[in-house]
Design a protein. Structure first.
Length: 365
């Protein structure tokens, strides 16, 4: 019976794609045995190749646990060529298959039947309704969202979201598990499509697309404005604390005239729709708003990943928020000796010092 996070000994990840391989690695890095469940040997082989590459990046950055090696991390992962075998005899299942409600329902019908009766079941959906997924389950009370952000092995956030029938204890244990593997979990009070992160992201993107489409600025300029202003500020204190610091009266006055002039559409951006219609999906096809072809595209992605490995939202030794994994910035290790940042001011001061110590020039397109 799973009563606390300490009862979770073995993890199963269902799905071998971009998110699946990265989530598998995250648990293996934290010391958990992981069952990686796919639909065939070819998908498993591809996933393990990606896992090794990412694990080598962690090793190069000095972020493996003391005494660990890449081979030791990979030895904790066992591949299964079918879902039913992969989820047998585990304590926590996370699914990361295609972001399609019908596909996920079909997978969960199979997985719930094969998984142990007391295992916690979770989905990595980016925004689908957990209640809708629970509708095909015999025991929906043990089902919860654990939404990792891409790239999952590098981004700290995991949104933990209940469905209508989720047992609150399942939410608490999942939250504790995410913290235990070094993530920064956010416990969302109730479900909404897109949860919190993607609702914020799509609100920003709606206006960004509008700015480009109206000829106010091009895509590269929009990105520069975000990277060199809001991106840095929000990275440290978040948007709501940021306006507290700037003055609520100031932002109220701005809102009296600016909201009416902004895009308030409720459908997909025509600009985005045009790119998709043309088959320009971004890095995966080599062309989106920017070109990602050749060595330049590869260099940008590699630079982003290395920057995220060194980011101040990473982890620091001796800090409960950061689950005991050390920061390493350009050869220096930064620590905080208290078991937890005692106040918000302490935490912000700590993160501010890390930001200075680890400044990495934003990626240029």
């Amino acid at each position: 019976m799973i009563e606390t996070v300490d009862d979770i000994k073995t993890i199963a990840n269902v799905g071998t794609g971009t998110m699946g391989h990265a989530i598998t690695l995250q648990f293996a890095l934290a010391g958990y045995p992981v069952h990686l469940a796919g639909r065939g040997e070819a998908s498993l082989e591809k996933a393990m190749k990606a896992i090794r590459s990412d694990a080598e990046d962690f090793a190069e950055a000095g972020l493996l646990k003391d005494g660990d090696t890449v081979d030791a991390v990979l030895a904790r992962i066992t591949g299964y060529a079918d879902y039913a075998s992969g989820v047998a005899d585990v304590d926590f299942v996370i699914e990361s298959v295609a972001e399609n409600l019908d596909i996920k329902k079909s997978v969960w019908t199979e997985v719930e039947h094969a998984a142990p009766k007391d295992a916690i079941l979770s989905t990595n959906t980016s925004g689908l309704s957990p209640t809708a997924l629970q509708s095909v389950m015999g025991h929906p009370e043990r089902f919860v969202v654990a939404h990792f952000w891409n790239p999952a092995q590098l981004m700290p956030l995991v949104e933990v979201v209940p469905g209508e029938k989720t047992d609150p204890k399942v939410v608490d244990i999942t939250f504790d598990l995410m913290a235990k593997i070094g993530k920064k979990p956010a416990k969302i009070k109730k479900e909404s499509l897109g949860f919190v992160g993607n609702r914020l992201q799509l609100a920003v993107l709606r206006e960004a697309f509008h700015i480009v489409q109206q000829g106010i600025a091009d895509a590269a300029t929009v990105d520069d404005v975000m990277k060199y202003s809001l991106g840095r500020r929000w990275n440290l204190v978040g948007p709501i604390a940021s306006i507290d610091l700037g003055g609520l009266d100031v932002f109220y006055n701005i809102s009296t005239y600016l909201f009416d002039d902004m895009d308030n559409g409720t459908g997909p951006s025509p600009l985005l729709a045009e790119k998709v219609k043309e088959g320009n999906f971004g890095a995966k096809t080599g062309q989106g708003f920017f070109s990602w072809q050749g060595e330049d595209g590869k260099r940008i992605i590699e630079a982003r990943n290395k920057s995220l490995l060194r980011s101040p939202e990473g982890r620091c030794r001796g800090c409960r928020r950061c689950a005991g994994v050390r920061h390493k910035y350009q050869g220096s290790v930064t620590t905080m000796t208290s078991t937890e940042h005692s106040t918000r001011a302490d935490m912000l001061a700590h993160m501010g010092s890390l930001q200075q110590a680890a400044y990495v020039r934003p990626i240029e397109y």
